[in-house]
Design a protein around this ligand. Structure first.
Ligand code: NAD
Length: 293
């Protein structure tokens, strides 16, 4: 397939490289990053989109996506599909899809889970919003870049799934970390705590697959001095998107709001930037009680 790929950063570069590796003709553009091996470099986003059957974007945020889409959409041929894999706000995803569809194009929002490791290994999970026809066109590419693609519904449904998932993840990680810090102060051994909780009703992905306590459970960023992994500032970005969406539709998300404020404090005032999002554990362990009784 002839593919345009815009945004060749930490995630986009390995995704584009994997598409080229299996024989797709990939033309890439990034304002700063170089094209990975196998990807032909274009002069502009529009030039990368010219003649492409599918154009994939992997960009930092919704404002940049909207600006890039303004350049891409007039350059794309009728029937081509614009597939955005960035994590952006639901409104931007829907606006870009509407603009693309009005121009006779297909459009998908297809954010990913799995991080840089999943992008390199081709094991991402895609959560996808958009039409059946556009999903069918891009599905073979999802199979190269990932291990699973769930068609969640109409435009915006992929981004909705992503921010709901990550709001759950933020809350379960935070409470897992505070529970370990509480267990420490109660004199409970962390390995025993893991043994019990990972096989009891408090289990979760945060505890079982990504345990925030060093030396306990499976290998995780905690065992590597909390180097990310999934950086705390990226979790904060996704949590803020969840709260932006919740405000827009008048949804009550008190746990989501609280954990967003917690990560904001951690990232912006407590040196959490550049650390894994599970580094809330040493943060809690070093503190005394701060919540009012
Ligand atoms: P990144 O900053 O490494 O890459 C973004 C790239 O976009 C950069 O190379 C930048 O130069 C390029 N860019 C910015 N503006 C541009 C423009 N106008 N035209 C062309 N290129 C432009 O970010 P990343 O880690 O690759 O993340 C990309 C997206 O994926 C984000 O939305 C992020 O939230 C999401 N995501 C990241 C991860 C992760 O673990 N890194 C996991 C899941 C989802």
């Amino acid at each position: 397939m002839k593919i345009g790929f815009i945004g060749l950063g930490n995630m986009g570069a390995p995704m584009a490289a994997n598409l080229a590796k299996v024989g797709h003709q990939v033309t890439g553009f990034d304002l700063a990053a170089p094209c990975p091996e196998g990807v032909v470099s274009a002069e502009s986003a529009a030039a990368a989109a010219d003649g492409a059957e599918v154009v994939i974007t992997m960009l930092p945020n919704g404002d940049i996506l909207r600006a890039v889409a303004d350049q891409l959409i007039p350059a794309m041929g009728a029937g081509a599909v614009l597939c955005d894999c960035s994590t952006v706000d639901v409104d931007s995803a829907r606006a870009v899809a509407a603009q693309a569809e009005a121009a006779g194009l297909g459009a998908l929002d297809a954010p990913v889970s799995g991080g840089v490791g999943g992008a390199s290994a081709g094991t991402l999970t895609f959560m996808v919003g958009g039409s059946d026809a556009a999903f069918a066109t891009v599905q073979p590419l999802f199979e190269v870049m990932g291990q699973k693609a769930v068609h969640c519904g109409a435009s915006g449904a992929g981004q909705a799934a992503k921010i709901c998932n990550n709001m759950i993840l933020g809350v379960t990680m935070a409470v897992t970390c505070e529970a370990f810090a509480l267990a420490d102060k109660l004199g409970l051994d962390r390995a025993k705590m893991f043994d019990v909780v990972s096989t009891s009703s408090g289990y979760s992905w945060s505890m079982n697959a990504y345990c925030p306590a060093p030396g306990v459970g499976p290998q995780s960023p905690a065992d590597n001095d909390y180097k990310p992994g999934f950086a705390a500032e990226l979790m904060l970005k996704d949590l803020r998107l969840s709260q932006q969406a919740a405000r827009a539709v008048d949804a009550d998300t008190p746990m989501g709001a609280h954990v967003t404020a917690l990560y904001a404090e951690f990232v912006e005032a407590e040196g959490g930037k550049g650390r894994d999002f599970s580094a809330l554990l040493p943060r809690f362990a070093a503190r005394g009680r701060s919540t009012p009784d």
